[in-house]
Design a protein around this ligand. Sequence first.
Ligand SMILES: CC(C)(COP(=O)(O)OP(=O)(O)OC[C@H]1O[C@@H](n2cnc3c(N)ncnc32)[C@H](O)[C@@H]1OP(=O)(O)O)[C@@H](O)C(=O)NCCC(=O)NCCS
Length: 224
Amino acid sequence: MGSQHYDLLASSADRASSQQLAAHYSDFTIKWATLDWEIRQAHALRRSVFCDEQGIFEKDDIDEIDYEAQVLVAIANHGGWHEKIVGTVRIHQPEEGIWWGSRLAVQHEFRKQVGLGANLILLAVSSAYALGCVQFLAQVQKKNEAFFQRLNWQSQFDLDVRNHPHVMMQADLSEFTPCFQPTSGFVVKSKRRTYMNEVPSPLLYACIAKSATYASAAEVYYAT
Ligand SMILES: CC(C)(COP(=O)(O)OP(=O)(O)OC[C@H]1O[C@@H](n2cnc3c(N)ncnc32)[C@H](O)[C@@H]1OP(=O)(O)O)[C@@H](O)C(=O)NCCC(=O)NCCS
């Protein structure tokens, strides 16, 4: 995805259709990536976010950590199919018991819609925890500090990474439950979704015309 495409998506005129795009998908699977296409799309999403959108890297953000890291993905599901990668993060363990998370990215149209970022962090920490993690760390962009704090992370100190303000943060592991099946992961239902089978039929077409959406609390259930 080129920067021109991102600019179009970021325009205020497109905000409404952004929300509709997230509601188009029935649910989202959060899991460890196991297939080539998942990893390919996750890297493409990272490039679009960290190179085109944020300009932190020039052409590619791949580094030596990618050779040892486990990639996690958020997959948008449509009609029972795992259709496309819309979020990612990677985790790695440079020392016994010490895990790091990095390159957290959610596709622009899916941000603050479903809880994808929060659920990627949840799986990142809880899957490392199941593998003996005693400390889980991340260099978090300063603008996301409050987001991580809400997810039971504690701030340690400020630092600059590639001339961008960051904060070193650590997950409070006592707030996480170990996840022993990260390749299955879990499924998150869209927060804003049109449930056609819940709409009385005389109202159905009117509802479609108005693109009515039901706001409901996010539901999470485990994949089989
Ligand atoms: C940061 C990012 C991953 C968050 O992902 P997301 O899917 O939008 O986040 P979620 O939907 O899971 O957010 C969960 C909650 O935190 C809130 N939230 C999201 N980003 C926030 C932020 N930066 N600061 C404070 N709150 C935030 C959401 O509004 C939501 O609140 P709610 O539960 O009351 O509805 C996403 O904005 C992104 O990809 N940004 C660009 C890349 C980036 O900055 N990566 C992180 C590097 S450290």
